[in-house]
Design a protein around this ligand. Structure first.
Ligand code: FAD
Length: 417
């Protein structure tokens, strides 16, 4: 890697006043032809391009991004990473992603700041606790780490949480995935972009795909704001805009695009060193390395592409967090933002071929796709390279909406994360 980052390169560049660093990725003009075009320069699209080049030797690849790299949901999410899903298919897919996270900084030679501080899902009712036990047992059977905790064990780990029975929804226990955690979202996009560019992938920003060129049931290329670009294989990884792209091919995806918001507080001293989530009061919180509380909840119920949300959702979410952490009522909030998430009927992704030969979709990750970024790119690259799904994403094809083999992860997806 020409641009390899190390202590040695830091010292060397430091001696030159840091004026000789190479750009992390190249920004070439688009060529007329590629073997594969990836539409969408978020984490999933960039990871797909990286693994196409690295694992399948397909390097004549372009990633077309209408804005700036990682400016979609990749930049807007709250970065929770875990693999404790209920059903075998989902648990295996997300666990594949988690295993890749565990070696990602080394693989990319880029610090994605993956921090395995654990993810806790608290339960407030007897039914919550039954669901927690069931999911933890299913996780253990699938080789996914899971622990069930008592209220006192929760309090020992998170001293600020209120486990008294004075609250409206007292905390009765929790599941905990020790290998879960958080990562730095921008670094994931930049790391994959740098790795893919190094392997020969063209990363083209400010290039919106405005149409798909299809002849005789085969994809031939794309119309873009920078002219037509041809390729026999096109992978669409456009999150909230997936239905818009599908429509260009005359396809209708079973997706709804909803706003999803998050907000952060002022910076504080370390006060919570894990991720706490509650489906029942409907909120979750972690603390960033800068000291901000990172807080999120559920989608706004209306459909839209506005990348902003409604104030009442913020109010509801703040109330949920204060219910669990009364002392946070005195913390001032700093920033709020929204992304557009592509929600599927079974809260599981679509990683699939389509009836148009050479046209593939990777979407439907809804509120929880960040955690899957490396795994999603890895199996999607396989699907495109072989024109056949990877064993881990075979169950996530579009056919499931016709056959009825849905993988209902509403319980494990629950509060949006
Ligand atoms: C507020 C919020 C909190 C979240 N929290 C979590 C969490 O804690 N954990 C978790 O696992 N997930 C979370 N998610 C979900 C997660 O962010 C997404 O599932 C994931 O980032 C999707 O990645 P992506 O690369 O597919 O999409 P994106 O990053 O959105 O990338 C898609 C890209 O496609 C581009 N694009 C769209 N149309 C076109 C076009 N016509 N031509 C060219 N480019 C196009 C867009 O500009 C965009 O950059 C959250 C999402 C939000 C909004």
């Amino acid at each position: 890697m020409a641009n390899r980052y190390s202590l040695w390169s830091l010292i060397k560049n430091g001696l030159k006043h840091h004026e000789s660093w190479q750009p992390a990725w190249k920004s070439p003009q688009p060529k007329k032809n590629y073997d594969v075009i990836i539409v969408g320069g978020g984490g999933h699209g960039l990871a797909t391009a990286y693994y196409l080049a690295k694992e399948h030797g397909i390097k004549n690849v372009a990633v077309l991004e209408k804005g700036y790299l990682g400016g979609g949901n990749t930049a807007r999410n709250t970065t929770i990473i875990r693999s404790n899903y209920l059903w075998d298919e989902a648990a295996h897919l997300y666990e594949h992603g988690l295993k890749l996270w565990e070696g990602l900084s080394q693989d990319l030679n880029f610090n994605v700041m993956f921090s395995q501080r654990g993810v806790m899902n608290v339960g407030h009712t007897l039914q919550d606790m039954r669901d927690i036990e069931r999911r933890a047992n299913a996780n253990l059977l699938n080789g996914v780490d899971a622990v069930v905790m008592t209220p006192q064990e929760i309090k020992d780990m998170v001293p600020l949480i209120d486990i008294s029975n004075r609250t409206r929804y007292p905390i009765m226990g929790a599941s905990f995935q020790p290998r879960g955690g958080v990562a730095r979202h921008d670094a994931v996009a930049w790391g994959f972009a740098r790795g893919a560019s190094e392997l020969g992938v063209d990363i083209i920003e400010q290039c919106e795909v405005t149409g798909l060129i299809i002849e005789g049931g085969r994809i031939k290329g794309v119309n873009t704001s920078r002219g037509d670009i041809m390729a026999d294989r096109v992978g669409c990884v456009a999150a909230g805009n997936s239905s818009v792209l599908a429509k260009m091919a005359g396809l209708r995806l079973p997706l709804e695009s909803h706003p999803l918001q998050a907000f952060v507080s002022e910076s504080m001293k370390p006060c919570i060193d894990t991720v706490v989530m509650s489906n029942a009061v409907h909120g979750y919180v972690s603390q960033s390395d800068k000291g901000e509380l990172v807080i999120g909840a559920g989608i706004d119920s209306y459909l839209g592409y506005g990348q902003r949300g409604s104030p009442h959702v913020i109010e509801h979410t703040a109330a949920a967090i204060i219910e669990m952490f009364p002392s946070f009522s005195r913390v001032r909030m700093n920033r709020q933002w929204g992304g557009i998430v592509d929600v599927s009927p079974d809260a599981c992704p679509i990683i699939s071929k389509t009836r148009i030969k050479g046209l593939y979709f990777n979407c439907g990750w809804g509120t929880g796709g960040f955690k899957a970024t490396p795994g999603s790119g890895n199996v999607f690259a396989h699907t495109i390279a072989h024109d056949d799904p990877h064993p881990l994403n075979r169950a996530f094809s579009l056919d499931r909406f016709a056959t009825g083999h849905l993988i209902d992860e509403h319980g494990a997806a629950a509060v949006a994360h």
